[in-house]
Design a protein around this ligand. Structure first.
Ligand code: ATP
Length: 591
């Protein structure tokens, strides 16, 4: 099947408004034609002046022709405005529909894929790339229709008035075209690509540099940290200098040819018509001198058309990179989980198709059990928890929630069955009430307050100016990491799902916060199946079962007592932990 061009794909997004896009081209083309009519009246004016040079009183039509030139100029502008109105109406539709399609598509994607893609990149594609399509459709396309019609009409006019002058004025234009082709060919497209890369590189390094400033300041590394940023600037400037040098000669010749058509015309015609010069010929010559600069304007617009197409292709490639992300499959005959158990059967997963983050993992967690995933950093604990919450589907194997394959449970029911409290909980920009109510749409204010109380959040509410109706994220009202996590726990308490996954924070700023988060966790966990991604061993000791995850596999499993006595990975982690606790205690005593 023939692949649709980016432009036709884009126009489809206008729906029934796409007719306006076509209309804008037609109007813009007509405006280009009408814009040439005043030149004919100018020709008539010059003719009348030359014919009546001895007594200008006889030139009776001067005022009429002058007015006609003005009327047609205004008419051309009005038609062009009409074209732009049509193109804008359609382009805004396209932009809005593209954004809607992309945001809707994002809601169907696995959460893990969105995280991997990067929220910054997604935001930039939704805003900027769709914005680029609006500029293209609203302005550049009608202009391109205009600059397509103008040269054809001009060509016709050039040959109509005097074919010899027409031919002469075309010589520099053809030469300019040849030079333009060398400047926009394949090699130059590659150069443009290099330019985009150098630019991206420089802006990435700039962001990294700014991000790293606190570390740089702390460690007094100002010169070294600037090195990479400077390297990117140097690479860009080297590219810019070589590009400019390469284009220096063709660009100079191009500009001279395109702007010097009139000079060429004068000298060439004077040379060829030394003996046979007539008034009519002078008239035509003046007319050609007036009209040929339009060629340069149109040609320059054509040159930009290539650049505009490149920008559109780049935007469409980015938009497609989002739309081509595969959504989560959903079952046509969804089933409900039978209980709060979790089972994995031979689950494997790889982020990049090469290295396995999980390798043939099988495990069973009974309803109501509290289990902990522990193990070295990068072992696969988070990946395992993400697969259970269906942030990803495994490459092979099955995940059963309440004895039902998670793919056969509707997305809504799965969300109601599994709660995930993240380590770095992010809150949405809204009131505390809005944030907690996300856990249960139809919750009453009393239920929200009770959840906040159970999650040890009352001290947070008390210090906020408007209590639970305080808008967070604005007016200098921000919460600490531990406070955000407690609000998220309140949300999970309100949701009251049978399975809870807790990604434990690695460190707390103060002991009071730590105790409160711990108490909130305990309340949330009551009567639930709890899966804890544990980063600190102190919290896992009471778990019913501990799974030690290493290199994407379950290296050991059992109760803390069994594992401590088995001389395996957990046992050595435990010994290290004990030593560090003793060390801390001794330090306290010495103080
Ligand atoms: N989004 C991602 N894209 C690519 N690779 C990833 C991604 N997330 C994790 N990985 C890789 O998968 C492997 C398992 O990582 P995972 O985060 O599951 O480990 P972890 O045990 O939770 O580590 P930590 O305790 O440091 O959080 C690691 O090799 C990691 O580099």
């Amino acid at each position: 099947m023939k692949k649709k061009s980016n432009l036709s794909t884009l126009i489809e997004y206008a729906g029934k408004y796409k007719v306006l896009t076509y209309l804008s081209w037609v109007l813009s083309g007509i405006s280009a034609l009408v814009a040439l009519v005043p030149f004919i009246y100018i020709w008539k004016i010059i003719k009348e002046i030359l014919d009546n040079i001895s007594d200008l009183k006889n030139a009776e039509n001067l005022a009429y022709d002058g007015w006609m030139a003005v009327i047609f100029s205004v008419l051309a502008i009005l038609i062009y405005i009409g074209a732009l109105m049509c193109s804008h109406l359609s382009a805004f539709r396209v932009q809005a529909n593209l954004r809607k399609t992309m945001t809707h598509h994002i809601t169907t994607l696995p959460l893990g894929k969105i995280e991997s893609f990067g929220s910054g990149k997604l935001r930039s594609i939704i805003n900027e790339s769709s914005g680029a399509t609006e500029t293209y459709l609203a302005h550049q396309l009608p202009d391109m229709a205009n600059s397509f019609v103008t040269p054809i009409a001009l060509l016709f006019m050039l040959f109509f008035f005097d074919w010899r002058l027409g031919l002469l004025s075309l010589i520099p234009v053809v030469l300019a075209f040849v030079i333009m082709a060398t400047m926009t060919g394949k090699r130059m497209q590659k150069k443009m690509e290099e330019y985009q890369n150098a630019l991206n590189d420089m802006s990435n390094e700039a962001v990294e540099y700014v991000r790293g400033i606190p570390v740089v300041k702390t460690f007094g590394q100002s010169v070294f940290s600037f090195k990479r940023f400077k390297g990117a600037i140097d690479r860009y400037s080297k590219w810019a200098i070589s590009y400019t040098k390469e284009l220096r000669m063709p660009m100079t010749i191009y500009t001279m040819l395109i702007n010097g058509v009139f000079a060429f015309l004068i000298s060439a015609t004077l040379f060829f018509t030394r003996d046979t010069i007539t008034t009519e010929f002078i008239l035509n010559l003046i007319f050609y001198i007036i009209i040929t600069p339009i060629i340069s304007v149109t040609l320059t617009k054509t040159m930009h058309a290539t650049e505009n197409n490149q920008i559109l292709n780049d935007a469409m490639n980015r938009i497609n990179s989002v739309l081509e992300l595969e959504p989560l499959s959903s079952s046509t005959t969804p089933q409900s989980p039978k209980d709060g158990s979790v089972q994995l059967k031979n689950v494997s997963y790889s982020y990049d198709g090469k290295k396995k983050a999980l390798n043939n993992v099988s495990l069973k967690i009974n309803s109501g059990e509290t289990v902990a995933f522990v193990g070295p950093s990068g072992g696969g604990k988070s990946t395992l928890a993400n697969i259970i919450a269906r942030f990803f589907d495994p490459n092979s194997g099955e995940v059963l929630i309440g004895n039902i394959n998670s793919k056969d449970i509707s997305k809504e029911e799965l969300m109601n069955t599994v709660s995930f409290v993240f380590q770095n909980s992010r809150l949405i920009k809204g009131t505390i009430y809005d944030n907690v109510k996300l856990g249960k749409e139809d919750a009453t204010k009393e239920q929200v307050l009770s959840a906040l109380e159970k999650a040890q959040c009352m001290d947070i509410i008390d210090k906020l100016p408007n209590g639970i109706d305080t808008l967070i994220g604005t007016n200098g009202i921000y919460l600490s990491g531990g406070e955000c996590q407690r609000i998220s726990i309140a949300r999970a308490i309100l949701k009251d799902s049978p399975i809870v996954i807790l990604d434990e924070a690695t460190a707390f700023a103060d002991p009071d916060n730590e105790t409160k988060v711990q108490q909130a966790f305990n309340t949330l966990s009551k009567g639930k199946t709890v899966i804890m991604i544990a980063h600190r061993l102190s919290t896992v000791i009471n778990a019913d079962k501990i799974f030690v995850i290493n290199n994407g596999e379950i290296a050991e499993s059992g109760s803390s007592e069994e594992l401590i006595n088995s001389n395996g990975i957990f046992s050595s982690m435990w010994k290290n932990y004990q030593t560090s606790v003793n060390w801390k205690v001794k330090k306290e005593v010495v103080k």
